[in-house]
Ligand binder design. Structure first.
Ligand code: 5GP
Ligand code: SF4
Ligand code: MG
Length: 461
């Protein structure tokens, strides 16, 4: 998901809609904005793209105020229903509160069961609503203490923005798995939270800093305050944000995403060179790595696959049938580049293998003589429980097939993935060992840095 918040700017909701637009790649199922005008809250949410939900100026006009938080939904828990669309808003004894959450809680079902037993009535099926009930039943007097109380009970990945009647709060889980950054508008000094820097750029805000893992940043009339309610536990930022999820013009934890992807392509070319005529990206996610691959190998970069930009990311579609349809809607082979050529295809990941197979078939049908596939992530062999919708093991091609079986199934002449050393060298470390403990890479290694309470039971660490 994508989250965005702005505090202290006229037309806050219009800025929030722009922020969501820049973060559209993080979730395309639904969008919502909650604003506050120092008197009351206003909200508008809908299923679909930001342009569909907020394209009409009259909608923005129903969201007055100088504070707003916003959310783009990419479902990992809960179905695509309007009542699951965020920000979630609730009235409490202390006043109203809205929350927008990116990530996925690993003990949401466990907590929910206990809360329901205590009489809490859930409105949605999202993990995020657990925060709302924990805040509601907390015995602390003020909203911030209640929020801290809630955050100490949840486990998992969360970058959260909350809006109260007198302030805005941005916080990250103790390991900072999902991104969250702080920015500021140069003219009026309004504060901004966003998932990625690309959302600051669109509204002309300046990057101030990343919200730190385990940090709670509180913004109100008194200015900005930082609270660290957890013991220092390091950082396990999601490495897949660099590989695929974030937008290439964003800067995450000081690293430009574009440079990281390009460098992965360079590492791939060094480790798995092959004689060929053209390097072709699977757009859009494979483009920067393919550029790196081409630069390092000296083989020309060509657009052998053309992407139709008017359809969403296929994997967000819910059923296999629709996903299969989506693929044909999204990519076409460019015969002028491919015919008679030995082609190196570069893509970011192989998940189920269905997209890759179709693309390879298409490239061969357009006359390619050889097809070599290079992947800018290690093989995906485990599901993600922290906010990326990776399917269960049985559906992950690399979890159930050997390298040779995968090569055969996808229908390529050769297949290679980036090595862990190569991946971490691309992120500026000497090797995998030097990056140990800095990133989450559980979908590639099975090394889950946060306990999977709902899956394994509360007693398993
Ligand atoms: P596949 O060949 O595994 O069907 O799809 C791989 C391609 O689709 C990659 O280009 C990747 O960007 C995208 N993709 C497909 N399904 C998923 C998914 O479930 N999760 C993620 N993260 N990416 C996917
Ligand atoms: Fe990111 Fe993979 Fe970790 Fe999920 S399991 S947070 S996708 S690195
Ligand atoms: Mg892709």
């Amino acid at each position: 998901c994508g989250v965005f918040g702005v505090w202290g700017a006229p037309d806050a909701a219009a800025l929030a809609a722009l922020g969501l637009h820049a973060l559209q790649h993080r979730g395309q199922e639904a969008a919502g904005i909650v604003s506050h005008d120092r008197e009351r809250f206003y909200q508008h949410k809908g299923l679909g793209l930001v342009g569909e939900v907020f394209g009409d100026q009259r909608t923005i006009a129903t969201l007055p105020g100088d504070a707003a938080i916003a959310h783009n939904r990419y479902a990992t828990t809960g179905a695509t229903l309007l009542r699951n669309v965020q920000p979630l808003y609730a009235d409490f004894e202390f006043g109203g509160l809205a929350v927008a959450h990116n990530g996925n809680l690993t003990n949401a079902a466990t907590l929910r069961q206990a809360l329901v037993r205590r009489g809490c009535l859930f409105q949605s099926t999202t993990d995020t609503e657990v925060f709302v009930h924990l805040i509601a039943i907390s015995l602390y007097a003020n909203v911030l203490d209640r929020l801290i109380d809630a955050v100490k009970q949840v486990k998992g990945a969360y970058s959260l923005i909350a809006l109260t009647e007198d302030g805005m709060v941005g916080l990250r889980d103790p390991l900072g798995v999902r991104p969250l950054i702080l920015g500021r508008m140069p003219g009026n000094g309004a504060w901004v939270f966003a998932s990625e820097t690309c959302a600051l750029d669109i509204i002309g805000a300046e990057f101030v800093r990343d919200v730190e893992p385990g940090e709670i940043v509180v913004i109100n009339a008194g200015g900005l305050r930082s609270i660290k309610p957890f013991a220092e536990s390091g950082s396990r930022f999601c490495v897949f944000e660099y590989i695929y999820f974030a937008r290439p013009d964003s800067v995450l934890e000081g690293h430009p995403v574009y440079q990281a992807r390009k460098q992965i392509g360079i590492e791939l070319a060094r480790a798995s060179a092959v004689d060929a005529d053209v390097v072709v990206p699977v757009p859009d996610s494979g483009v920067p790595s393919a550029m790196g691959y081409a630069a390092e190998s000296g083989i020309p970069f060509e657009l052998g696959i053309i992407r139709n930009h008017y359809v969403g990311r296929t994997f967000i579609e819910p059923t296999d049938q629709i996903r299969n349809l989506g693929v044909r809607m999204k990519h076409s082979a460019n015969r002028a580049v491919l015919e008679g050529q030995r082609v190196i295809l570069v893509d970011d990941s192989i998940v189920r293998g269905t997209t890759s197979r179709k693309i390879v078939d298409m490239v061969r049908a357009a006359g390619a003589r050889e097809v070599h596939m290079r992947i800018s992530s290690p093989p995906t062999i485990h599901p993600c429980f922290y906010g990326i919708d990776t399917p269960e093991e049985s559906k992950l091609l690399a979890a159930t097939h050997s390298m040779e079986q995968m090569r055969e199934l996808i229908g390529v002449d050769s297949l290679a993935f980036i090595s862990f050393d190569g991946l971490y060298r691309a992120l500026g470390y000497e090797n995998r060992g030097a990056a140990q403990g800095h990133y989450c890479d559980a979908c590639f290694t099975g090394d889950y840095p946060i306990s999977l309470v709902d899956r394994d039971g509360a007693l398993v660490a």
